[in-house]
Design a protein around this ligand. Structure first.
Ligand code: NAD
Ligand code: GLY
Length: 376
């Protein structure tokens, strides 16, 4: 894992910072800072094309689409805007098709650039559209949720949901540029902000105990959206994610650790119906369950499980799973992408700051569900 860059405790905004994902001819910069959306320097040297389509949703577009349109219009003759319906329940084939409808109706050619302006839902769908329209057009991620800035906009996973499983249809397809304007987080509802913190916290137990301790020391400031603290949280999260993706772009092994909490979390999301619990909320609770499993497998102690659970609670995240019933949890986890030949695999913490993927005895998994979830 790369060493931590200057951790921050001050409360002034940091200058813009650029990281790079090194993937040969698919390498790209991640720009992190405040006010990047309107700064011409952000877009200088970006991919050029006569047409661009900003893909956003009905919530985010009114805040930021016109500003992005103005900022990028120096680089494109025509900029179109498409506002999709908002919500995880719209991460479907039907909504994806609205993007293809718009691209074809506007006669967009194979050089057209797609800009994903929004959270992870918009980013995942716009990325999948970019991967498949005319067999691939370039795209830029402009994430506007904390979750998207620290996770989903980086690394090239794109997908839509299927009624039988989350993110089951998709492609690995890297963006050309990621622009994290921290100012856009000022309009994010508190519940969404907490959901994003779950993915920030995730990097601690699996990769960086110093970062976990830093989050613990600064959780109140982060919750208050202190600009300097946010800048450090986004930057350190992206550094860790970039390191993992650079070493295992297509998840043949290492990258799966980024799914810590996701096996249980996806079951919660699908079991309740997409959109009931936010993705980050489900992942946060799923991390408690994955840590309880790690403890039952003798890998970490109860004090460590409690430490992470308390931090999640301080970030106002749910830590008790919904009462879906043990059988239903097991059934839902069978369709996890990590499952092989019907055997469910889990990301467990093998020691604080390090994670591995492994199977677990079904009886132990049942104990976790019974211990960590409400009664059915
Ligand atoms: P989201 O995209 O649904 O956004 C959350 C809500 O906030 C939405 O209502 C959205 O309209 C609103 N919003 C977004 N930005 C806003 C802003 N600046 N101001 C006000 N409102 C704003 O949810 P999310 O948490 O960003 O992303 C979750 C999705 O990301 C899930 O579908 C998940 O599967 C996916 N994901 C993908 C990856 C990946 O690697 N591709 C990683 C993690 C999560
Ligand atoms: N969010 C998990 C990954 O990108 O691999």
């Amino acid at each position: 894992m790369p060493a931590e860059t200057n951790a921050t405790t001050a409360t002034t905004a940091s200058p813009a910072h650029t990281l790079r994902i090194e993937l040969g001819d698919r390498s790209y910069p991640i720009r992190i800072g405040s006010g990047l959306l309107d700064d011409p320097a952000t877009w200088a040297g970006g991919p050029a094309a006569s047409q661009a389509l900003i893909i956003s949703n009905t919530t985010v577009a009114p805040f930021y689409a016109a500003r992005l349109e103005r900022a990028i219009s120096a680089h494109h003759e025509t900029v179109h805007v498409l506002a999709l319906p908002d919500g995880e329940e719209h991460k479907t084939w039907q909504t994806l098709n609205l993007i293809f409808d718009a691209l074809l109706q506007k006669a967009c050619d194979r050089k057209t650039i797609l800009y994903a302006l929004g959270g992870g839902v918009v980013g995942d769908m716009a990325g999948f559209a970019a991967a498949s329209y005319m067999r691939g057009v370039p795209f830029v991620q402009v994430p506007t949720t904390l979750l998207a800035q620290v996770d989903s906009s980086v690394g090239g996973k794109t997908a839509i949901n299927h009624p039988l499983g989350k993110n089951m249809i998709g492609a690995f397809y890297q963006p050309r540029l990621v622009v994290c304007d921290l100012e856009t987080l000022s309009t994010l509802p508190a519940r969404e902000f907490s959901a994003g913190l779950a993915e920030v916290i995730k990097y601690g137990p699996i990769a960086d105990m110093e970062f976990l301790a830093w989050i613990e020391s600064n959780i109140e400031g982060l919750m208050a959206r202190d600009p300097a603290l946010l800048a450090h949280a986004v930057r350190r999260s992206c550094e860790i994610k970039a390191w993992v993706v650079t070493h295992d772009e297509r998840e043949s092994g290492l990258r799966a650790i980024l799914n810590f909490g996701h096996t249980f979390g996806h079951a919660i999301e699908a079991g309740l119906g997409y959109g009931q619990w936010l993705h980050g909320e489900a992942v946060g609770c799923g991390m408690v369950m994955a840590l309880d499993l790690s403890r039952r497998l003798g890998l970490v102690d109860e004090a460590f499980v409690r430490r992470v659970r308390v931090l999640l609670e301080r970030a106002r995240l749910p830590v008790v799973g919904p009462p879906l019933g043990t059988g239903r949890y097991l059934e839902l986890m069978q369709v996890d992408k990590k499952a092989e030949a019907g055997r469910i695999k889990f990301v467990v913490v093998n020691k604080p700051g390090s994670a591995v993927v492994r199977t677990a005895p079904e009886a132990t998994v049942c104990e976790v569900i019974e211990h960590c979830c409400g009664a059915a």
